[in-house]
Design a protein. Sequence first.
Lengths: 250, 220
Amino acid sequence: MDALLSVAGLRKSYGPVEVLKGIDFSVKAGEKIALIGPSGSGKSTCLRCMNFLETPTAGEIRLDGERIGMRDGRLMSDRQLAPQRAEMGMVFQLFNLWPHLSVAENVAIAVRKVRGLPAKEARDLALEMLAKVHMAHRANASPLELSGGQQQRVAIARALAQKPKLMLFDEPTSALDPELVREVLTVIEELADEGRTMLLVTHEIAFARDVADRVMFLDGGVIVEEGPASAVINTPREERTRSFLKQIRH
Amino acid sequence: MTGFLQPYVEYGSEWWPLLAEAMLNTALLTIAGFALSVVFGLALLLCQTSSSKALRGFATVYVTTLRGVPLLAILFLLYFGLPGVGITFDALTAAVLGLSLCFAAQVSELFRAGLKAIPKGQREAAMAVGFTPVQSFTFIILPQVVRVILSPMIVTFVSLLKDSSLASLITVNELVLTGRAMATEYFLPLQIYVAVGLCYFMIGWPFSILSRRLAAPAAR
């Protein structure tokens, strides 16, 4: 089967600092991949390159065969990128809900304005997505009234409402109080069970092992090790992976 | 005290229509001036955030210059100066233009501060769901900016209201000029200027209250 997402030779520099030094991987439809690695390893940057929130310095990203961010050898503008970005749902570390809109409207607005559904259908879809993340009962609340875990679940519903081909999670639980992490992980697990394609940057190693099909360990801007989740996490081959996992566990 | 109030009883019915008309002119001047400053202010903001160096340079020079020149000098320049090069405005137009050119600089700075107050993640999330830059500005950024700057914006509005009195010096028949004419006619400058002051207060006070009301939730 062809890859849904393929990344080849991905590089990213900030001035003289090269954060990604040539990343290659591919994700099949329905596959869940966890990106782990020490902070500063480039894993978040890598994820943000997928939908061009960061513009790669070099390399090629294809979603369903379509080249992302480049057309006829030229970088696409944000306006041109919009439809491509809509194909990928993204969940941020800091939720980034829009505080001036209600919970339901946070989910529904893009459904109307981007996908062009009528207001009623968009609202119904929003409620359906909110139900998926167990937040339908707060549809009319303001995001400011919600706990971090609840906000993140709404953010997940917002991304789901795009009907994306691929879900991107950028450390979705890193900004949460410890007691709120579980509810968000549970929701992500449920999505994983639905057979969605997911790329997940996380510090939750146990979670990565349980949910992901494959794990990629990034360090210093390169993929140091990758393989089946349990193999990489339980019996890492590389010394760098071993020392990272050891640090994280203690 | 009775002596002070006596003229109001005596001439009130004559003064009120004059002052009411002048208030209307002041209100017109203020509202038109403010509306145009918002338009100019947004245009300036676009220049400031533009990728063109020339436009950014223009905006910087504009803001710095207009902040350094008194409004009265600008009004004189527009009304008395420009006819020298063949550009003539009637007094009201010159006043509206002068006020808005001056206040545009303030308004654009307000917008800029408001934009800065919106976290970067807000726009990123908008991009991520597939909004174009125009959509993300319209649906996500602008509504939040407006909330942030509404209260200081009203303060600016009230200060424009007060500064509109300078238009009297280029013959706009607003409150101060009307007051001056009345003071000459009735020889009662104390009572008349107090009445003029009250008129300004009647227009401005509700907005001051509104501004404080709007600012309160943010301060909590």
